[in-house]
Design a protein around this ligand. Structure first.
Ligand SMILES: NC(=O)c1ccc[n+]([C@@H]2O[C@H](COP(=O)([O-])OP(=O)(O)OC[C@H]3O[C@@H](n4cnc5c(N)ncnc54)[C@H](OP(=O)(O)O)[C@@H]3O)[C@@H](O)[C@H]2O)c1
Length: 287
């Protein structure tokens, strides 16, 4: 029996990873980490071991990681000193003898100097810390999710307005990326591997807008806007300025080609092509 622990199991990505693991391994082999285990009652009822742990509380992590063979670290949230939290997870895993660490990182272009504040630096430092841990490590560099591309309210009102230029990205659905992570965790042969998990094609914002138009049955138009315009629109929607700048940085990264590389890693893990933009927006429209 191999015990597989998923952190962030109450979050959007981690929750789906556990759901996909349930299709591949016995429920009793899965350990779901939560700050508040009550949120994962439904998993507990299916036989998943739900354990309490906080990235900021190393002792709680050691208790939760006892007996775990494989651990998936889902990154901590932006604006929360994520690197310290990741360090706590990695150190606790080492202390209790976890055998294999997996980490959800972010796709970036080779030799890139693009900075997404609160994200890219931590991803680099966390990957380095994992490699220095001496444990077998598997890195999953996820592309940007389709799910986070449109900004609901603003897209409804004004179309897709972003400072992404004509940059393309090999975006994928969070659901496919979660299934890819579950496929890695549920099988062997991934130690020491670095996967860049992307969709099967790189599309620009105009193509995303077209896919959304088809799904909605009414035209969604993409217009490139300046960073200042995008930030002002987010502030008007109620986002604090640092968050508005943070959101803009993702689209500036798209413009710079940060997510443009297409790989077949995700397709191989899924055993089928990942969802395209058309598939994704059509399905989410009817979800
Ligand atoms: N590639 C992309 O496009 C993209 C987009 C968005 C995010 N991301 C990255 O992917 C990660 C996961 O995304 P997501 O959508 O699943 O985020 P999410 O829904 O915000 O989930 C974050 C998870 O982390 C847990 N967490 C936060 N602080 C914690 C702490 N101190 N100790 C233990 N657990 C803690 C949360 O638990 P609670 O329920 O207790 O709060 C939650 O389960 C994000 O953190 C971000 O780094 C990538």
């Amino acid at each position: 029996m191999t015990q597989i622990l998923v952190t962030g199991a109450t979050g959007a990505l981690g929750h789906q990873v556990v759901e996909f693991l349930l299709q591949r391994v016995p429920a009793g082999d899965i350990v779901a980490l939560a700050r508040d285990p009550a949120k994962l009652q439904a998993f507990a009822e299916q036989g998943v071991q739900v354990r309490s742990g906080d990235y900021l509380d190393p002792a709680s992590l050691e208790r939760a990681f006892a007996g775990v063979d494989k651990l998936l670290l889902v990154s901590a949230r932006a604006f929360t000193d994520a690197f310290r939290q990741h360090t706590n997870v990695i150190e606790a895993a080492k202390r209790v003898g976890v055998r294999h660490l997996h980490y959800i990182s972010l796709q970036h272009a080779e030799g890139s100097t693009v900075e997404i504040p609160q994200v890219t630096q931590w991803e680099k430092e966390t990957e380095a810390l994992l490699h220095a841990s001496g444990l077998p490590v598997t890195i999953l560099r996820n592309t940007m999710y389709f799910d986070t591309l449109p900004f609901g309210k603003s897209v409804e009102k004004a179309g897709l307005r972003a400072p992404a230029g004509h940059g393309v990205g090999a975006f994928a659905s969070r659901r496919d990326l979660a299934e890819g992570a579950a496929a890695v965790l549920a099988s062997e042969g991934h130690a020491g591997k670095l996967y860049t998990l992307t969709g099967g094609e790189a599309v620009d914002m105009a193509e995303i807008a077209l896919a959304m138009s088809e799904a909605n049955g009414r035209e969604v138009e993409y217009r490139e806007v300046s960073v200042a315009e995008f930030v002002a629109a987010r502030i008007e929607e109620g986002f604090p300025e640092p968050v508005a700048n943070f959101l803009a940085a993702w689209f500036q990264a798209i413009a710079a080609g940060e997510f443009s590389e297409v790989t077949t890693d995700l397709e191989r893990l899924l055993g089928r092509p990942p969802q395209t933009a058309r598939d994704f927006y059509r399905v989410s429209q009817h979800a």
